[in-house]
Design a protein around this ligand. Structure first.
Ligand SMILES: Cc1ncc(COP(=O)(O)O)c(C=O)c1O
Length: 375
């Protein structure tokens, strides 16, 4: 890093914040290792989409009269998509905000909450952006207790400090696949100080069985300081378009509007998401396929005596008796990209996205011999 730049106090502070390391892109692995056939199971994308209906809508933009309007800015607040989301979720339009991926909303809420400093409570082993968003907005992290196998709602409440402005909660959590049960969600809603913004990240909620899942959106009327986040990157299979949404009270949305850049979501993403959010059949199909892939994975993992934790999301977290980065590297050389979890304080775990049957077969063909002596 350039020395004269790091003498700026803000840059010096920034240099101490860990960089987000995304899953390795397929093209990069092809280039670096000279491999042609690569399977990527590293970023929890949905292998079953996008759908033909989304394709048709995007094609209509490219080949129809809408194409000529691409010189114009998109609808700044994504009114039409927000309307569809509001209908689907049974809330009013003024309780929906869009983000350039839900990652942007994780950052926007931090920017709003930490304008005067303060702290965020974040359970250990949570999605990296929670900590990065907190620190880059000038907030301090308080880590609450959690392990690869257990989430502790009561410790979140205990960890709250006088200056706490925000609590982040993955529900279910990435990478552990854990989520709070209904009673714990209730306790959190009831006992968390009212002036603290509770951000519940439901990026993988659609993979849960609707009847069993305690959707925290049902508390929106009770708690004005609640932000429930969803994304189009996972079950809706639109990760490349970068679009997500938040649900909250009208008051909270008013504050977030002040930190949101105008035109933060683009036209193609808005129109594709309008189609995707109405497609309940594709959601159910993806959920079913994910369930099948998880059951098949558990069977194979059992054969190799590999421990898996959590059951949420479209991924598994697998424990290894040796540094998981070694397994990651071996797999990479065999054309399979997974995610080692050392950056999440889990040096002996890898996270594997649940892909199509043929992708999972490639994974086990590569991983099986490496794990023959057990995980
Ligand atoms: C828990 C969680 N939240 C949010 C995101 C961000 O999703 P996006 O910014 O693509 O909407 C991810 C992405 O992997 C995630 O795992």
């Amino acid at each position: 890093m350039n020395d004269s730049l790091s003498t700026l106090p803000a840059f010096e502070q920034l240099s101490r914040i860990p960089l987000y390391v995304p899953g390795k892109p397929i093209l990069e692995v092809q280039r670096e290792l000279g491999l042609t056939r690569i399977v990527k199971l590293a970023s929890n994308e949905n292998p079953w989409g996008p759908t033909e209906a989304v394709k048709a809508r995007l094609a209509s933009v490219i080949s129809g009269s809408e194409f000529e309007s691409l010189n114009l800015y998109p609808v700044s607040d994504g009114h039409y998509l927000r309307k569809r989301i509001a209908e689907r979720k049974g809330v009013s339009l003024d309780r929906v905000i869009l983000g350039n991926g839900s990652s942007e909303l994780l950052e926007l809420v931090a920017k709003a909450a930490f304008m005067d400093g303060g702290s965020a409570v974040i359970p250990r082993h949570s999605f990296a952006i929670y900590g990065i968003a907190t620190q880059t907005a000038g907030g301090r992290i308080i880590e609450s207790r959690a392990s690869a196998t257990e989430f502790d709602a009561d410790d979140i409440l205990r960890a709250v400090a006088d200056d706490t402005r925000l609590v982040y909660l993955g529900h279910p959590n990435n990478p552990t696949g854990l989520r709070l049960e209904r009673a714990a969600v209730e306790r959190l809603m009831k006992n968390l100080r009212e002036d603290i913004v509770l951000v519940v990240d439901q990026a993988y909620a659609e993979y849960e069985e609707p009847a069993d899942y305690p959707d925290t959106a049902s508390y929106l009327d009770q708690r004005p300081n609640l932000l429930v986040l969803h994304t189009f990157s996972k079950v809706h299979a639109l990760a490349a378009l970068r679009i997500g949404y938040g649900l909250g009270s009208k008051e909270l949305m008013g504050y977030l509007e002040r930190v949101r850049s105008p035109f933060n979501t683009n036209h193609l993403a808005q129109v594709a998401a309008e189609v995707a959010v109405q497609d309940l059949a594709f959601e159910a199909f993806s959920r079913e396929k994910n369930g099948e892939a998880r059951a098949a994975f558990m069977l194979q993992a059992g054969k190799h005596r590999c421990q898996l934790t959590g059951t949420g999301g479209n991924f598994v977290l697998m424990e290894t008796a040796f540094p998981a980065v070694d397994l990651f590297n071996e797999l990479l050389h065999r054309g399979v990209i997974v995610r080692p979890m050392q950056a999440y304080d889990l040096p002996n775990h890898i996270r594997v996205t649940l892909g199509k049957p043929e992708e999972m077969a490639t994974f086990w063909n590569a991983a099986g011999p490496l794990l023959d002596g057990g995980c």
